[in-house]
Design a protein around this ligand. Sequence first.
Ligand SMILES: Nc1ncnc2c1ncn2[C@@H]1O[C@H](COP(=O)(O)OP(=O)(O)OP(=O)(O)O)[C@@H](O)[C@H]1O
Length: 760
Amino acid sequence: MHSSSDSDTIRDREIAGEQRHLDTVYHRLEEKLAEAEYILEDAAKRVQVGTPGALAERDAQVYRAGAHLHRLNAEFEDFLFGRIDLQQADAPEEHGIPSQTPLDPADPAVAETLHIGRLGVLDAEFGPLVIDWRAPAAAPFYRSTPLEPGRVIRRRVIRSKGRKVLGVEDDLLRPDLTPTLDGQELAVVGDGALMASLGRARSHSMRDIVSSIQREQDEVIRAPAPGATLVTGGPGTGKTAVALHRAAFLLYQDRRRYAGGILVVSPTALLVSYTEGVLPSLGEEGQVAIRAVGSLVDGIEAGRYDTPEAAHVKGSARMVTLLRRAAKAALELGAPTELKVFAKGEALRLDANKLRTVRGNVIGSGGTPLNLLRPRARRLLLDALWQEAIRHQPRPSDHYAREQRQEEKEAFDEYVSDEAVFLDFLDAWWPALTPRRVLATLKQSRHTNRIARRAVTPDEARLLASSLSGLTDRGEGPLSAHDVAMVDELQLLLGEAARRVVREVDAVDMLTGLDEVTTYADRSSRQRDRVPVERVEYAHVIVDEAQDLTPMQWRMVGRRSRMATWTIVGDPAQSSWPFPQEAQAAMDEVLAGKPRRRHTLTVNYRNPSEIAEVAAKVLALAAPGTPSPTAVRSTGLAPRFAAAASADPAVFAAAARAELTRLLAEVDGTVAVVVPMDRRAEAAGWIEGLGERAVALGSLEAKGLEYDATVVADPVGIAGESEAGLRVLYVALTRATQRLTVLSGPDDLPDVDGVPALLR
Ligand SMILES: Nc1ncnc2c1ncn2[C@@H]1O[C@H](COP(=O)(O)OP(=O)(O)OP(=O)(O)O)[C@@H](O)[C@H]1O
């Protein structure tokens, strides 16, 4: 037993030891900096000297030294954060994860010490001073437990700020031993680093968890890349954090493959801005695209929310059929019903019936994008006109007559296709369609209903029309994340619109190999006209909050990921999408037989147990039978139940403001009020003048975010918002890291114990 002053001395001694190590690391980095600067100067002096290989190597060194410095200058609080003391290895390690090795109790000395940090640093002899947290050798820092210690005897978390070590926290993984290091008994010091970090005030940006990743999380982060890694876990279990660290891990493991090729799909722009600082703090600036599902199509940013009813229609896979019909129908809307051209000395005419037949032949049964069919439309129209022109002429009887007829036809085509009447007709009859323009056709409810046959009901057609009523005929106006998925689907159905050119090439002939001999000029103009729709393909796709992706959104993500491997994290109990089977089918289609690896995260690092307990009551109603994740800490502070008994909005506003003010005084960090989506404008008023720490959120906007304290206002309103309302309420109740107030309205007054019916 050590006395408290003994343990202070031990702590100081251990901190001093780590400080020496950190000093050595910085010293080495300064050497590397000097080296890099020298190399740069030298390079500038002797630009042409050296073999190409040596020059490339020198450039790489300069780059690496520059990158180190850039990161160090960014002043990471805990550049060096971990250490493991290992026993002698007597069994081979697999992927750096030691197998449990028997230890000779007679000789329990530490054989090796490894320091772990945000990036790797080698000494002058290429010995590791710090190991990158993603390296296989660092895995035991995260994986070892007293039950499965492997080679690890002691694990240490080091807390530092800039160049100063502030504290250390140890776990002894072999408490059965009295191991030694350099002849002295191995010290064990504890200061509750994990708990301290969990209880720390929150800001509006997420922090990385690199120094305290837990074993079950590490297994996800380092899971093999191929196939699909599927992760479920309740609120606060670190799914988002783990997903982002996995991106950093994949980059470390195979930079060539993944740099610039990882996409993280997030449910909202708010969650994107909350999480986008994590990867830079892990040293991966600009390597990963984090995009909200409403911003996946270049040039469009979803700027509005749908009602739940409209969202359910727009997100459904049934939209694929409807949009296919809408695209075809858009060609016909307002199209001329007669073509009249003067050629071969007479007026040639195609009436509505004939035009309908030509249109049918142009479209055929293939899935060629409609805009790419325009050259074919032109050709089949010319053919139909030619048939009119020769309708009274006998069939050519011999080879010579056939050749002559063919020549006449070519002259005819050339003549007619230069005629303004014909070109204007073509523009009107086969217009270049844009996805937005087609989407806008659906705002006419009669039209939508006409093409809806069995794809959507008349009620749904009406809902769809009214939700798109704000768009202009060209489809301008704010879109929702669900509209964006429809736009993307339409982009595929339409293809890029060709510019008006006199000579166009038939896409179907190209496909069938029937293309006529063309000149070079033809070919290059064809290539210009058929530049494929630009769509980035990713090497790895990470879907966060996957439970909320609609079938249409799965298809949109899938179109960017045909060659990708996947990490998919989510929690069905938090889903705001009411038809899980349909979404599952869409996901299965996208993953198309890829092997799947499943993980479950079980520990809630966000909510104290007092808040988790209240949330668990809603979970039991929202997703009966789903286990609650285990809260890792408690604060001793029960959630507060408050009520505004009057229906007067001013009374409710005053109550909400009072709660917000109280919470802002009680916590150091952020405070959010979460309301039903249709009360967002009201709630924005409640936080006026309360400063930057306070935010107001609609229930769907709260996804994935966290705050020191939250007021969940009008819980019954949130629960009643949609079929998925209880699950959305569960999300709202699980946002707070410290304190929660539930503020009920007159519809759900608390009972004598102060608890509203829903949470009893
Ligand atoms: N190993 C860990 N060490 C420290 N903090 C952690 C750890 N794991 C998770 N956290 C913290 O717990 C909180 C919740 O993490 P995160 O947001 O990733 O959870 P989630 O599972 O995505 O939650 P939700 O489903 O509610 O969106 C964050 O503040 C995160 O930093």
